[in-house]
Design a protein around this ligand. Structure first.
Ligand code: MLT
Ligand code: MN
Ligand code: ZN
Length: 303
């Protein structure tokens, strides 16, 4: 199995177009301690030829340009219009995970996999009709059932604590419930496993059991501190309210996963306010000393 990190930042990317928080300011000024990052997406393959895109970010076109593995290849027998991206899988209906579907128009055959509830969100929005139903099949994936979206790559979706997309939030929002709106992904090929969980409101015992023994964990690293956006003066929302548990603190992922039985552990979906983006920051040191890596765009993983 090969996994490529196409976009390691959370929604908005790093730096975010309208942000000059302390962390974004470093990127805008070209500071070498930080690297720019595009929005949330990975791609995975078992055979190196057929790739599964997991989450379709608004930066998808830029990510394809930066990643030769998923760009149209020079193949003698291929027609001029083709792509190694054969299937797409969504972990929720958030803007940073679905806006890139609009980039995938242009009459390319694909299969789009998501839970029934996430597919319903797309069905309710006519703009996604640009993916011609004659060419793009939409397949409802059931939780905890394994399927093979590209040859040799087994995928299982599982519920994690989450919420509905921001643009569907009503007066009151249920954060932390488990269902079809927010899922994690288990990937398996050739006896190796990886778990990709870019959005998660809490680490439960069930989740710890799920990931036990995995070779690679790519986990929600949106915010370091729960109230980091408030501290940065960019908003009042906490990480938890956005459906993302913090890294630090008594209920943070660092502590909750400290003794988890996983191989390589990498934070992904990192918000632009998160100081782990700065290479020599105390927060970066804390996560690295705890055995975590910080995802960057273009990272290639062989679980
Ligand atoms: C999130 O991960 O919380 C969302 O991507 C936020 C958003 O929709 O911008
Ligand atoms: Mn997001
Ligand atoms: Zn910022």
């Amino acid at each position: 199995m090969r996994v490529v990190v196409l976009g390691s930042a959370a929604g908005g990317g790093y730096p975010q177009w309208n942000c000059r928080c302390r962390v974004c300011a470093l990127a805008w000024s070209g500071d070498t301690r930080v690297a720019m990052r595009t929005q949330s997406s990975i791609a995975a393959t078992a055979d190196g030829e057929h790739w599964l895109l997991i989450n379709a970010s608004p930066d998808l076109r830029q990510q394809i340009i930066a990643t030769p593995e998923v760009a149209p290849a020079a193949m003698a027998d291929a027609s001029s219009r083709h792509s190694p991206l054969r299937a797409v899988l969504l972990t929720n209906g958030d803007v940073d995970h679905v806006a890139g579907l609009l980039t995938l128009r242009e009459r390319q055959p694909l299969t789009l996999h998501a839970t029934g509830e996430v597919l319903q969100v797309l069905a309710d929005n006519p703009i996604f009709g640009v993916l011609d139903p004659a060419l793009v099949a939409r397949r409802a994936a059931r939780l905890d059932e394994t399927f093979e979206p590209v040859p040799g790559l087994s995928v299982t979706l599982f519920a994690v604590p989450g919420k509905v997309p921001l643009y569907l939030e009503g007066e009151s929002v249920d954060v932390g419930s488990e269902g079809e709106m927010t899922v994690g992904v288990r990937l398996e090929a050739g006896g190796r496993t990886a778990h990709y969980i870019p959005g998660c409101a809490a680490v439960t015992e069930r989740l710890r059991e799920r990931i036990a023994g995995t070779d690679l964990l790519l986990f929600d690293g949106t915010v370091f501190e729960d109230d980091e956006m408030r501290q940065a003066g960019v908003g009042e929302k906490t990480g938890r309210r956005m459906g993302h548990l913090p890294i630090a603190g008594s209920a943070g992922s660092l502590l909750a996963l400290a003794d988890a039985d996983v191989g390589r552990r990498i934070y992904i979906h990192i918000n632009n306010t998160n100081p782990i983006l700065i290479e020599d920051s105390p927060e970066r040191r804390i996560v690295e000393e705890a055995g975590w890596e910080v995802a960057r765009d273009g990272m290639e993983l062989r679980p």
